[in-house]
Ligand binder design. Structure first.
Ligand SMILES: Nc1ncnc2c1ncn2[C@@H]1O[C@H](COP(=O)(O)OP(=O)(O)O)[C@@H](O)[C@H]1O
Ligand SMILES: [Mg+2]
Length: 267
């Protein structure tokens, strides 16, 4: 469904040598990936490895220096129509749900942004109140939340609202950038279960960016490791134990160590 070929991205360096022109720091090196319809791809890497930059390239916000992004065969950066096509079909949920939700908006207005996008896309008028109720129900919140402000919700509830907003425009694919990372472990599992449920009900395709290996094994079909801007491995989650990527190995070994420690304690 989505395909990236040889994506390279660089940013202008902070220390600029005026005499020699600007220097650039490369952040992504020849990144390739593909996401078949109905699957979930995990993008895993430590902080600063270029995950969010890759996310921006995927959702049409950052044109790469080199390489191609294709959505069902149509190039995203090749034309305005390409970008429109992507916007219609892809929604994004960010980590920072506190800033991605305007604090002066009520829940119904936040979800209304997604509904407005659907109205534009399908050229239709929706019963906003009824649609909002349905979406809240879908993410496990009742109608009474519609008139609340973001600060009147817990982190998990607000993230549910952001998810409702993302599905309101009826996307085919959703990109999550560290969307559950700042929630506590229990809420993380609840939100991931909700996402799995939505994926099945709505036939969605996911890209799930995270630094957390456990959520990838819980949630994804395939996993791709990003290390200092390079893809070091791309394999099914079921074969994750076979990985030769050094960063992935370290992560896996630390989890195994941890589990062994638990066993010792139990003994
Ligand atoms: N707009 C930008 N301008 C300059 N450098 C950037 C910009 N965005 C990201 N970077 C740099 O790119 C690298 C990768 O960042 P990022 O993609 O946010 O990593 P991650 O999400 O994996 O933590 C970092 O070194 C960061 O400083
Ligand atoms: Mg990031």
């Amino acid at each position: 469904m989505l395909e990236l070929k040889n994506i390279c991205v660089s940013f202008r360096s902070e220390r600029q040598e005026k005499i020699f022109g600007t220097t650039r720091t490369q952040v992504l090196f020849d990144v390739c990936l593909s996401v078949p319809q109905g699957t979930c791809l995990g993008i895993l890497g430590e902080s600063g490895s270029g995950k969010s930059t890759l996310g921006k390239v995927i959702c049409g916000l950052l044109k790469p220096d080199k390489g191609e992004v294709k959505m069902d065969g149509t190039s995203v950066y090749g034309s305005r129509a390409g970008r429109k096509n992507l916007q219609k079909r892809l929604s994004v949920v960010f980590q920072d749900y506190t800033t991605s939700a305007n604090p002066r908006f009520r829940v119904k207005d936040l979800i209304g942004e997604g509904l407005a996008a659907r109205e534009r896309k399908n050229r239709e008028r929706l019963d906003r109140q009824e649609e909002t109720r349905k979406l809240l129900e879908l993410v496990g919140l009742d109608e009474s939340y519609a008139s609340r402000f973001p600060h009147e919700l817990s982190g998990g509830q607000l993230q549910r609202v952001c998810i409702a907003r993302a599905v309101a425009c009826q996307p085919e694919m959703i990109l999550f950038d560290e969307a559950v990372s700042s929630l506590d472990a229990h809420t993380q599992v609840q939100v991931m279960d909700l996402l799995l449920d939505l994926k099945k009900k709505l036939g969605l395709t996911y890209i799930f960016i995270t630094h957390d290996l456990t959520s990838v094994t819980y949630f994804c079909d395939d996993v791709m490791f990003l290390y200092r801007g390079r893809v070091t491995e791309h394999l099914p989650v079921s074969r994750i134990a076979d990985t030769k990527d050094p960063y992935a190995r370290r992560l896996l070994d630390s989890i195994i160590d941890f589990e062994e420690d638990d066993c010792h304690e139990a003994v």
